[in-house]
Design a protein around this ligand. Structure first.
Ligand SMILES: [Zn+2]
Length: 377
């Protein structure tokens, strides 16, 4: 038996920002809090969005690259002090995840860790969570249709809040907002979308609709990531990447795997490391680790991914990922990011504690993780 739920209202395509004001009206938002980051606040992206609003709003624009508990508290304080009635999150995964956490913290009592999935927090998040509209400005995390938010707690752990109540009530995916995204960010966030599609497809949970969406997302992302990176103004490539990003996150309700357990852990240890870049580096080693396991072989998963990527049926997918990383100009190895062998134990400890560890199709032991890290170093 499986529970399947697709997922929330999405407005996608060029011009979909035009629906923002009506979306606010339908959700009863009269005085929302906008959560975003300093980078977006400096560009005209914020103005591109806010000019569609004819209601008063507050702004929290101090979302860190990896959102943390302190920032959530600060934003939730504005929400409460100004008596806001909903959140509009504008940005990449960080601003949207922070917005999700604010919808919980501003409406529920207790410290943030009380709501962490690994602490049983899913049962503590109720329908009292504030309504959220998510407007992505990158194409990668898909957080706008995801039911999770990753936050670094005061104690240093990077944890997920996971609940249907934090899913944005409305996602507005307008690729116009990604046309100015710098090349490296296009490549790194795009590889996050590729990873979501591949990793959730490999996960063993029974969810055929999610598998179909993941393969369609993989096909779109693989065919367009280089084009979007090399030709930032290519509208078709940008639309395809935004769609692939959304599809990756629609599919990963199945669960992810060791790429994400490792990158969540390492991203918690060093918040300066980019999530998508880490995934791009870990992905080949995890594909090789997963390849021989029963569910992968039985369901011909590598062959089905190869087909979506336009490779021969028995093409070397891990090698193809290494090659596309190289063509995109992404780092090939962790050592290029300053990661050292001495941090392996710490990374592995975090990976075991991560929610994505359990949904990898093949259970990873400590020695398996060491091998994946060595291969990625
Ligand atoms: Zn990810």
């Amino acid at each position: 038996m499986a529970t399947i739920h697709y997922i929330t209202q999405v407005q996608i395509g060029f011009g979909s920002l035009d629906t923002l004001n009506e979306g606010c009206r339908q959700l009863g938002l009269k005085h929302p809090l906008i959560t975003t980051d300093p980078g977006i606040a400096r560009t005209d992206i914020l103005a591109q969005v806010t000019r569609h609003l004819d209601i008063p709003y507050e702004i929290f624009d101090q979302t860190p690259p990896n959102p943390n508990e302190r920032a959530v508290r600060a934003a939730a304080k504005i929400y409460r002090d100004q008596q806001c009635d909903g959140v509009i999150a504008i940005g990449g995964g960080s601003s949207i995840d922070l917005g999700k956490a604010v919808t919980v913290c501003a409406t529920h009592e207790g410290p943030l860790k009380h709501f962490a999935f690994i602490e049983g927090g899913a049962t503590h998040i109720t329908a009292a969570a504030a309504p959220l509209i998510a407007i992505p400005t990158t194409a990668g995390t898909g957080s706008e249709v995801g039911r999770g938010a990753l936050i670094i707690l005061d104690d240093g752990r990077k944890v997920a809040l996971i609940s249907p109540h934090v899913v944005p009530k409305l996602a507005i995916c307008d690729p116009t907002l990604t046309l100015g995204l710098p090349k490296m960010l296009t490549a790194a966030t795009g590889m996050d979308a590729v990873t979501h599609c591949m990793e959730t497809f490999m996960s063993a949970a029974y969810n055929p609709p999610a598998d179909g969406i993941a393969l369609d997302g993989l096909q779109k992302a693989w065919a367009n990531i280089e084009l979007a990176t090399q030709e930032p103004a290519n509208r078709e490539a940008r639309l395809n990447m935004m769609c692939a990003s959304m599809e990756g996150a629609m599919a990963f309700q199945k669960g992810l795997g060791c790429v994400h357990s490792l990158s969540h852990s390492l991203g918690g240890i060093n918040p300066k490391l980019h999530h998508g870049t880490l995934n791009a580096i870990f992905l080949p080693a995890v594909i090789r680790f997963n390849a021989p396991c029963e569910s992968m072989v039985g369901e011909k998963k590598l062959q089905r991914m190869a087909r979506a990527m336009g490779l021969p049926a028995h093409g070397d997918i891990a090698r193809a990922v290494e090659e596309i990383n190289d063509r995109l100009g992404l780092p090939a190895k962790l050592s290029q990011l300053g990661v050292e062998r001495s941090s392996f134990e710490h990374i592995i400890e975090g990976a075991f504690a991560d929610h994505s560890h359990k949904t990898n199709p093949r259970e990873a032991t400590r020695d398996d993780y060491i091998r994946m890290l060595e291969e990625s170093l």
